[in-house]
Write a protein that binds this ligand. Sequence first.
Ligand SMILES: *Cc1c(COP(=O)(O)O)cnc(C)c1O
Length: 376
Amino acid sequence: MATTQQTSASADLACGRVTIDLGALADNWRMLARRAAPAAAAAVVKADAYGIGLEPAARALAEAGCRTFFIAVVEEGVRLRAALPDATIYVLDGLPGGAGDTFAEAQLRPVLGSWPEIEEWAALCRKRSSDLKAALHVDTGMNRLGLTPSEAQRLRRTPDLLAAIAPDLIMSHLACADTPDHPMNRQQLAVFREVRALFPDLPASLANSAGIFLGPDFHFDLVRPGIALYGGSAVSGQPSATRTVVTLEARVLQVREADEGGHVGYGATETISRPSRIAILGTGYADGYHRRASSSDARLGARTYVRGKFAPLVGRISMDLTAIDVTDIPEATRGDWVELFGPNVPVDEVAGHAETIGYELLTALGRRYARTYIGS
Ligand SMILES: *Cc1c(COP(=O)(O)O)cnc(C)c1O
């Protein structure tokens, strides 16, 4: 059964609490791995595993069978190595100048995405006898990280350099996979196939979460899901295909009566249209609950869930406080926990009100929350 592990301030005292279901995380990985088979499934655990906690997430994923992990920066890689001594760990942002020894010592594999990185890594490989490994990143149209196709050809024609770095994976990244009909998907696939043909012996990887749902053409040898592991929606405008992992709740500090015609919050942006009961929650934008999701007379804000019913935000989200309308939930009272996102209010719905994406709400989860891990 679910085990609970308390890792920070007591939930009894905290302004808000985050419950992270590691069993759902493991289930989500297994589901995506089945979907991608016969390709292998890695896990992207950058940015503290999308805000849920790098070490507990990585351990749960490894227990589910995941062997290959992608993080963004070298410090995260060093942390991950301490948690998972045997995992294969790629560093997506590549090799920062002078960081080679850190990579070697922690057995991290840089995802090399520029000519200077390749030269620096080759020099290190020639100097050190230890078994260094790296991936090759090619840009297929996003213009973010990666060798251009012509640089990849140049590398193919420079056998000494290629032999020195001896990459063990070739990868690229899709810009528009969250929009299945976008023509960029097929264009990038075509470019990736061409570049990949230059390195026929290398395993290849193209798909993030959304790429997995584009179908087998996009799977190659290894898929790299991130957001779908954490229960976020991978495909724009569609509900998440995976189980909810993160539930964020805030506590009711007080419930107050407000008169028709009155206003709520900074800027008095929302006018009360009937005698109302307003519950004040002890969490706000300083905790990562984006101010952009606020409500006003002109604009519908996010909604919350309390005592089995939905309650809309009223007025602006403050730094540490948020108001909701509980007029139709008479049993709502001081001390209640209110779901801000989770199984009833999808994180992507709140993100939509904040004009952002679920990724940003998860990675912005505040430090003041009590965190509880269940299902491990
Ligand atoms: C973040 C990232 C992923 C994971 O993307 P999701 O959309 O979260 O699945 C995969 N590959 C690269 C290169 C990334 O930067």
